[in-house]
Design a protein around this ligand. Structure first.
Ligand code: I3S
Length: 132
């Protein structure tokens, strides 16, 4: 069969400006929490965080006129996503993403509607990439 069966691809592609910070790097807790505000793309279940830039920070939800370079991607296979407990951040709407490689990231947006869509999209990505 040439084309994949209908409904096979469930991942939701998304892009937007998010606040994010890495809190644990391969099992090692990072001493200083530094939030970045940057363009984030989720494509084919792979999230890519772009470098913090004036363009993305000031651009709001508009597509940035000049994309900065990707900073890192996160492997969603075997990852888990949950709402971050209060002690992890004083901000609202914070998601905690844990990769199977032992790294942890916080992802935040002031809009509950927007963070809910990211929650759904990343959860679908994890399910899709971690299946069988
Ligand atoms: O959990 P923490 O360590 O209180 O996180 C806050 C600090 O990292 C702070 O940086 P300074 O230590 O340079 O002041 C950040 O600016 C805050 O955003 C961090 O807390 P929230 O609750 O916003 O994640």
């Amino acid at each position: 069969q040439v084309s994949p069966p209908e409904g096979k691809i469930k991942t939701l592609d998304k892009a937007g400006v998010l606040h994010r910070t890495k809190t644990v790097d391969k099992g090692k807790r990072l001493r200083k929490k530094r939030w970045s505000t940057s363009w984030t793309v989720l494509e084919g279940g792979v999230p890519t965080f772009f470098k913090d830039s004036k363009t993305s920070a000031a651009g709001g939800l508009r597509y940035p006129s000049k994309l900065s370079t990707p900073e890192y991607t996160v492997e969603l296979k075997g990852a888990s996503l949950s709402w971050a407990p209060k002690e992890k951040s004083s901000k609202k709407n914070v998601l905690e993403l844990r990769s199977c490689g032992g790294s942890e990231y916080l992802i935040q947006h002031d809009s509950e509607a927007i963070i809910n869509i990211w929650h759904k999209a990343i959860t679908l990505g994890i399910e899709e990439l971690s299946a069988d």
